[in-house]
Design a protein around this ligand. Structure first.
Ligand code: SAM
Length: 324
């Protein structure tokens, strides 16, 4: 079992399958972002081998992310390989949804259980401005396809950015009135690449909640968390609203996560620079027991939390190079 020095049992692994993406969201990366060559990414067999090592250590929950996980070649086979790994009981994916209308069925058949789809606005022009290259219609079709094949409950993610979509939170929240979806509003976090925008145009979760309550009245709360999201409901609505306030009200004490970046590096906190390279030793023929020890040591040294309140911003990677 993987336990850190604060007694947290770490059992949730987020695997980034690629840093490549078919969108260029303004809060994630610069438009001219340079991606890693494919040879630097974990190959399919390396992903599955590392998954087995993590599963041996008690990791039972995996989320695939990126970059954009659906642009990864052999994505369906990778999903099948992970779901058939002994010990893995939950596999989900965070995606921009662009390719989901055709991939939802094969991914579901391969064992994927749920998706979180990013959708920052329901206005096609604003959606395009935020994603630079995205067509809202493609994502909407992807969300409906996910629901139809049972990649449920459908969860939607919106990063709220001053000057881009702060007024759109009303339409997004209204989606939950008639649909059993969870609409999650995320505070923008700072990384390399577009740090000025990320720090200068932050809208806090409290501010988003105020806007939503001004429109729909006070939200009902059970004071429950779903992962990192505090969960609320518009009175009488079928779905839920979540707030992920990683910047202003961090949930670090309850964090059970580790991240494996697309280049095979273990990162124990999204917002800390420290990393442990697993892929190079694996390619150099390291014994599996040695790799397990490296993972256990990394887990043990997991930082208590991020340092944003002290002005510490992780600048060694852009968001798409870590995996959200
Ligand atoms: N491409 C996929 C997607 O769009 O969902 C997966 C990768 S993306 C990095 C994962 C999540 O991180 C998305 O919900 C995205 O909106 C969010 N994200 C990206 N940059 C962020 C930032 N600076 N702060 C907070 N969330 C961010």
């Amino acid at each position: 079992m993987a336990i850190d020095r604060f007694g947290r049992r770490i059992h949730y692994l987020r695997i980034s399958l690629t840093d490549h993406c078919n969108l260029r969201c303004v809060y994630c990366m610069p438009e001219d972002q340079v991606f890693r060559p494919n040879a630097d990414l974990m190959q399919d067999d390396e992903i599955l081998l590392l998954t087995r090592l993590f599963a041996d250590l008690g990791f039972d929950k995996i989320r695939l992310t990126g970059g954009e996980p659906t642009v990864r070649a052999h994505i369906v086979e990778i999903v099948r390989g992970i779901t058939s790994t002994p010990g893995i009981r939950s596999l989900s994916m965070t995606t921009n949804g662009v390719l989901l209308s055709r991939l939802a069925r094969p991914l579901k058949d391969a064992g994927l259980q749920r998706v979180n789809v990013s959708i920052d606005s329901l206005n096609p022009d604003k959606f395009k401005r935020l994603t630079r290259w995205g067509k809202l219609e493609d994502v909407w079709k992807g969300i409906l396809a996910a629901e139809e094949v049972g990649l449920t409950p459908v969860k939607l993610n919106a990063v709220v950015v001053k000057g881009y979509n702060e007024e759109d939170v009303i339409d997004l929240a209204a989606l939950t009135i008639d649909r059993p979806w969870q609409m999650r509003f995320i505070e923008m976090m700072p990384f390399a690449g577009v740090t000025d925008l990320q720090t200068g145009q932050l809208i806090t979760a409290a501010n988003i909640q105020e806007k939503i309550e001004a429109e729909f009245g006070q939200l009902e709360t059970s004071h429950e968390y779903d992962g990192e999201a505090r969960i609320f409901r518009i009175p009488g609505a079928k779905g839920e609203i979540g707030f992920i306030s990683s910047v202003t009200v961090p949930f670090c004490s309850a964090c059970t996560r580790a991240r494996l970046t697309q280049d095979g590096v273990l990162r124990m906190c999204l917002l800390r620079e420290k990393e442990i390279d697993l892929l190079t030793p694996l390619r150099n023929g390291a014994m599996l027991d040695d790799l397990r020890d490296m993972i256990l040591q990394g887990v043990w040294e997991k930082p208590w939390g991020h340092g944003l309140a002290d002005g510490i911003i992780p600048l060694n990677r852009a968001m798409n190079e870590i995996g959200g």
